[in-house]
Design a binder for this molecule. Structure first.
Ligand code: IMP
Length: 427
């Protein structure tokens, strides 16, 4: 058996959808363990493109279990839509399991998300407005509603009435309209009936799979720098995208994890607000955005783009215990005459550090110290082995391995499953 965790090493959107889809070929179980419908995973299979927000990409294979584990906050409306979409596309969704312990994103969470962002004004986080932060707030406050509670309509009504009474007081403070508890209960009890066949004790399922020598793939959403503890707080999401989040969010012990692969783009992107030291606001940035189609899967927002940030990647290698690096979108850089990697930061007092600062305020004050490497100006999309890549591209990958201190185990040179180079067996 093998347990592999795939994490984003940057600010999300690193191409984890493609990487998990590729690794899912060898997995028996694919697990989502944190975040919610704020994620957007794009998977290209042949000439078909699938965009998923909640359901793990393992669902695209007929013979696997796809698990939404306890650490995810589930919007049942979006989950139902996703089930309809996949069924219409001819995908068998029978392999989906959803944790009874996962918390439910309720309508008031989405409203609160928007109202809180509005109140922050130009200090807003730039959230996806999917209710993620408020849902995790209720989880931590021990007032949240869990998936199992959708199955008992009478009890649900009582819980929703309590919650809505409380939220209506808050909504009034924010100037929002009051909500109708009974309407929400009817809608959510109906989701409960729809989702009943998929609900399960997923921690037991996952541990049983590992006990039976099966391969389990943990599909991280968002990225290390959006982690609520290890990211650029407060410009973060409200869950734990780092590798440790897989243990808590799925109910497996850390000793069961064999590999942690950190996925990083050959450059950097960020959607939402917050500091981004290597951001490119010039024509090179525009060029990378267009070539890389850097627009959000969930919100359609143009992504901010920039050079690779070595200090941020070292932080990611450390807090995740990364055992391998996966570099995606190398082909997006094919036309550039030269490339830069930030190898450290200059602090306001003039000293240079290779350490990642604690929090957004400190990060906003650093200036990147760059190293320049020659570009390769050759298409790389047909490469299937490292040796097929131009020497400058191989040097760039070697430099990434040096800067992170972690070997490159996989390189992606295009969206399709086949446009992939691996340097060793990954499961
Ligand atoms: P939230 O997760 O919607 O609360 O948003 C918090 C921050 O995380 C914002 O900067 C979002 O843009 C960012 N974020 C959340 N999910 C993703 C994702 O899947 N990819 C990239 N950024 C994300």
């Amino acid at each position: 058996m093998s347990a592999v965790v795939v994490v984003g090493a940057q600010w999300g959107d690193e191409g984890k959808g493609k990487v998990t889809d590729f690794l899912a070929q060898k997995a028996d179980v694919v697990v989502r363990h944190q975040g919610g419908a704020n994620a957007g995973h794009t998977v290209v299979v042949g000439d078909r493109t699938f965009k998923l927000h909640l359901i793990p990409s393992g669902i695209l294979y007929p013979d696997k279990l796809s698990v939404i584990a306890n650490g995810v906050v589930v919007d049942p409306a979006i989950l139902s839509e996703e089930l309809d979409y996949l069924t219409r596309e001819g995908i068998d969704v029978g392999g989906l399991r959803v944790s009874t312990q996962a918390h439910v994103v309720m309508p008031y969470h989405k409203l609160m998300d928007a109202l809180q962002e509005g109140r922050l004004g130009d200090r807003k986080i730039g959230t996806t407005l999917r209710g993620i932060g408020p849902a995790y707030m209720d989880k931590a406050a021990r007032t949240g509603i869990r998936m199992a509670e959708l199955l008992d309509a009478d009890r649900l009504r009582q819980r929703v009435r309590e919650q809505v009474a409380e939220k209506n007081r808050l909504l009034a403070m924010y100037g929002g309209e009051p909500l109708d508890a009974d309407r929400i209960t009817d809608e959510y009890a109906a989701y409960g009936e729809r989702l009943r066949p998929f609900l399960a004790n997923t921690a037991r399922l996952i541990n049983d799979a590992l006990d039976h020598d099966q391969n389990v793939l943990f599909e991280g959403a968002q990225g290390t720098l959006l982690d609520i503890d290890h990211g650029t707080y407060p410009y973060v999401t409200s869950s734990h995208p780092v590798a440790g989040g897989a243990c808590i969010g799925a109910g497996v012990g850390p000793t069961r994890i064999d590999q942690v692969y950190g996925v990083l783009k050959a450059y950097t992107s960020r959607v939402g607000d917050g500091p981004f030291p290597t951001e490119l606001t010039d024509a090179i940035g525009d060029d990378i955005r267009e070539r890389g189609h850097e627009y959000g899967t969930t919100t359609g927002r143009p992504r901010r783009v920039g050079w690779l940030d070595g200090a941020a990647l070292r932080q990611a290698a450390r807090v995740n215990g990364m055992t391998g690096v996966v570099v995606t979108r190398l082909d997006v850089l094919d036309a550039l005459p030269e490339l830069k990697i930030a190898v450290g930061y200059q602090l306001p007092d003039g000293t240079v550090t290779t350490d990642f600062p604690d929090g957004a305020e400190a990060l906003a004050q650093v200036r990147p110290v760059y190293e320049t490497l020659p570009g390769w100006r050759t298409p790389t999309t047909d490469a299937r082995r490292l040796e097929d890549l131009p020497p400058e591209a191989r040097d760039y990958l070697d430099r990434i391995a040096e800067v992170t201190g972690v070997p490159v185990v996989m390189v992606s040179v295009g969206a399709e499953r086949t446009r992939t180079i691996t340097t060793r067996p990954l499961f």
